[in-house]
Design a protein around this ligand. Structure first.
Ligand SMILES: CC[C@H](C(=O)O)C(=O)SCCNC(=O)CCNC(=O)[C@H](O)C(C)(C)COP(=O)(O)OP(=O)(O)OC[C@H]1O[C@@H](n2cnc3c(N)ncnc32)[C@H](O)[C@@H]1OP(=O)(O)O
Ligand SMILES: [Co+2]
Length: 134
C-alpha cells in the first residue's frame, strides 16, 4: 500500500535559521517559506535527489506543532509522509485495522496540493505518519 517516502518533516524553533543552515552549511536546494494557515504551519521544502525535507514552524494560534515545540524546544523530527495511490482505500484499511485517523478523518489538501491524512503516533510506534495521495 504505501509507496515512496514523500518527505520527512522537522519542526524547528527558527525556520529562517534552519533554512539557511540547510542551504549554506549542507548545500541543499532550499525553497522559500510558504505559509499554510489552514494547517497552522509555515514550511520550507528542502529538495533532495530522492525525497524532501519539510522544515516546519508554528503559524498562528492553535498550531498542531506548537505543543511539539514546547516539549522539544530545540526542535526535532515531527512526521514522515508516505505516498499512496488511493487515500480513501488506505484510510478504510487502516481504520479496519484499528488505527486512528486524526482530525475529521477526511482527507485535506496538503502543502503539495494533494489530499493528505495523518495517523496517530501512538499507533505507529511513536511516529506521526502522514499519507499523501499521488
Ligand atoms: C498538511 C500540510 C503539511 C504537509 O506535509 O502537507 C504538513 O505536514 S503540516 C504538519 C502539521 N499538522 C499535523 O501535524 C496534523 C496532525 N497532528 C496532530 O493532529 C497533532 O499534532 C497530534 C494529535 C499528533 C498531537 O497532538 P498534540 O501536540 O496536542 O499532542 P498530544 O499531547 O495530544 O499528544 C499525544 C501523544 O502523542 C505524542 N506526540 C505528539 N506529537 C507527536 C509527534 N509529532 N510524533 C510523535 N509523538 C507525538 C505526545 O508526546 C503524546 O504522547 P504522550 O506519551 O502521551 O506524552
Ligand atoms: Co507533512
Amino acid at each position: 500500500m504505501i509507496g515512496r517516502l514523500n518527505h520527512v518533516a522537522l519542526v524547528v524553533p527558527d525556520l529562517a535559521r534552519a533554512a539557511a543552515r540547510y542551504r549554506d552549511a549542507l548545500g541543499a536546494e532550499v525553497g522559500p517559506p510558504v505559509e499554510l494557515p489552514e494547517h497552522g504551519v509555515r514550511v520550507v521544502f528542502v529538495t533532495l535527489p530522492n525525497t524532501k525535507v519539510e522544515l516546519l514552524e508554528p503559524l498562528g494560534e492553535g498550531s498542531p506543532v506548537a505543543g511539539f515545540l514546547e516539549k522539544n524546544p530545540s526542535g526535532g523530527m515531527h512526521h514522515v509522509c508516505y505516498e499512496v495511490e488511493d487515500l480513501g482505500a488506505a484510510r478504510d484499511r487502516l481504520v479496519a485495522a484499528g488505527a486512528r485517523v486524526l482530525g475529521s478523518g477526511e482527507p485535506r489538501i496538503g502543502a503539495h496540493g494533494k489530499p493528505v491524512l495523518f495517523l496517530h503516533p501512538k499507533d505507529f510506534d511513536g511516529t506521526l505518519v502522514e499519507l499523501e495521495q499521488v
